[in-house]
Design a binder for this molecule. Structure first.
Ligand code: HEM
Length: 532
């Protein structure tokens, strides 16, 4: 029987529909479903998407902001395009070209703009900013519950102010002996290795510093014969998440839920990397929970960055962190401190080996405060060495911290950027990479040239230098990072003659802008003790 819709009277439409369905065969129903589905897809392709595109280009509140039109077709289309093998990890570099073509403000998605203008950067990334972190990026399940993912200002301020005292310059100075001990261990290890994957070595060093510093429990990554503990390789594998996770981000919570609820041996069979990361998370949870138990039992005299988070702060109205939040922050401090510091030291070493004249000048300066190659030195002394500081700044400029784009939301009430009104909810983005490579500020930006930091007036360079980001969400570990960077680089260069290993190629240092920059391959070196 043909399904007739003609006789329906609105009042008893449900009954009529039921009767009609009863007398319809399954085959006919399927035919209708296919026809309906097909019609929907066709009207979506030929009506909905074009109409929406025309609206976005000509009538949307951001229509006046120039930018590539193909970015306005569909978010899914863009995600598929930018995760395709040819274009994956190239978005950041394409931004450069767009800014050249369209000017300092570019519309990069229907509801998103990117700006390349230092005054606007300082407007958005300042202390007391009204632009919160955007949930469009800070929802990564691996950092769920941690400080990094908090978008609410008040909540972030409470969490930061509980952690910050442990990362003040004074606190870091007190634990300088700890950093020095780990640096000595790292340097001694290099002596008995042939070809050294120093990219991993630096990360293991940073891991051992931050875990000892955070909760007394050193993870002993430097003990691994190849500087490659299992969990560490797993992190490397996971950083390169499959494109499908980027195209359909809403599947991520489902995967996370699945992995949280399957038993570990099953997960190991499905994905050894995920299983190793979960083991590592358990290790972090175990370390921080052991401390919490001791704290709750009244044993408050211990090294921990979590002391304040273990308890309520009634005065400020902050509740003690949950076990999940403590675990997430433990994981965050390790991953945030390990990769960024490791990457910067890798680039510093690469450029110093590549430029023997620069290395020679640095060595000369180091000899003025370290008479013998194996001498220890304090950070305070190193702070007075202008060329070392210049080399570190140049390495940080090349490493970018988090290259971008970093998204922030326009607050209620809207905002004006570069003369353009942006309605509330617009996502504004900025990329540290573009400031660090601005040729008007850093002539020959891709040349490693520490001398630029020794000019008489470097105020303009400093204005464009933000490897630790700026403002309300500036890196919490920057004092610790400076301590690690200066002590490690100074003692490494003073103690060893370093050469590239035969297996090393310069292309290894090309990098992909994931959330942090990841080089194409490792820095492989050989070392020889300086005999003096
Ligand atoms: C060379 C070393 C480092 C660089 C270049 C660096 C860079 C950065 C940058 C650019 C951000 C802002 C990210 C964003 O807005 O999404 C950040 C955040 C953060 N960094 Fe670092 N970092 C370094 C070392 C460290 C260390 C050693 C720690 C140790 C605890 C650390 C802990 C953090 C934390 C917890 C945050 C999140 C802050 C928040 O969301 O409020 N970082 N870092």
């Amino acid at each position: 029987m043909a399904l007739s819709l003609s006789g329906f009277v609105l009042g008893d439409l449900p009954q009529q529909l039921l009767r009609c369905l009863e007398s319809t065969s399954v085959g006919e129903l399927l035919q209708y479903a296919v026809a309906f589905g097909g019609a929907s897809v066709l009207s979506c392709i030929f009506v909905y998407i074009p109409v929406r595109f025309i609206y976005r280009v000509y009538f949307h509140p951001l229509a006046g902001i120039p930018g590539p039109k193909f970015q306005l077709i569909s978010t899914y289309f863009s995600r598929i395009y930018w995760t395709s093998p040819k274009h994956r990890w190239t978005f950041l570099f394409r931004l450069e070209g767009w800014h050249e073509k369209y000017g300092p403000i570019v519309r990069t998605a229907p509801n998103m703009i990117h700006f390349n203008d230092i005054d606007s950067y300082n407007q958005v990334f300042k202390v007391g900013t009204k632009f919160p972190k955007s949930a469009s990026l800070y929802t990564n399940p691996t950092t769920k519950g941690s400080l990094l993912n908090i978008t609410d200002f008040h909540e972030a301020h409470l969490r930061r102010s509980a952690l910050q005292p442990y990362f003040s310059k004074q606190s870091v100075r007190k634990l300088e002996g700890l950093i020095s001990t780990k640096v000595t261990k790292f340097l001694d290890r290099l002596n008995d290795m042939d070809t050294i994957n120093i990219s991993r070595g630096f990360r293991c060093l940073a891991c051992d510093v931050i875990t000892t510093y955070s909760y007394e429990k050193c993870f002993e990554a430097l003990e691994d014969p190849e500087f490659a503990p299992d969990w560490f390789r797993a992190f490397e594998a996971l950083l390169d998440a499959p494109p499908i996770a980027e195209i359909f981000p809403f599947f991520m919570p489902l995967f996370t839920w699945l992995f949280e609820n399957l038993d570990r041996s099953t997960i190991r069979k499905i994905s050894p990397s995920v299983s190793a990361v979960l083991d590592f998370t358990d290790q972090c949870r175990g370390a921080v929970m052991r401390q919490k138990t001791r704290w709750d039992a009244g044993e408050t005299d211990m090294v921990t960055i979590f002391a304040q988070l273990f308890q309520d702060d009634l005065k400020k109205g902050r509740k003690a962190s949950t076990d999940e939040e403590l675990t997430a922050d433990a994981l965050l401090t390790i991953s945030a401190g390990m990769d960024t510091t490791g990457h910067t030291l890798t680039l510093a070493t690469f450029y110093l080996v590549k430029n023997p004249d620069i290395q020679g000048k640095l060595l000369g300066e180091l000899k003025t405060v370290m008479k013998h190659p194996r001498d220890d030195v304090s950070e305070e002394t190193l702070e007075r060495l202008p060329f070392l500081q210049a080399c570190l700044k140049e390495s940080l400029r090349f490493s970018h911290g988090v290259p971008g784009p970093l998204p922030r939301d326009v607050p209620s009430g809207g905002a004006t950027i570069l003369g353009n009104y942006l309605p509330p909810g617009t996502i504004v983005t900025a990329s540290h990479y573009l400031y660090h490579t601005n040729p008007n500020i850093f002539p020959e930006p891709l040349k490693f040239n520490p001398e630029r930091w020794l000019a008489e007036d470097t105020r303009e360079l400093e204005r464009y230098f933000m490897p630790f980001s700026r403002g309300a969400r500036v890196c919490i570990g920057l004092n610790l990072a400076w301590g690690e960077l200066s002590l490690t680089l100074a003692r490494l260069i003073r103690r060893y003659e370093i050469s590239f290993s035969n297996d090393f190629k310069d292309e290894n240092m090309e990098w992909k802008p994931m959330f942090v920059p990841i080089t194409k391959g490792p820095l492989l070196v050989t070392v020889r003790e300086r005999r003096e």
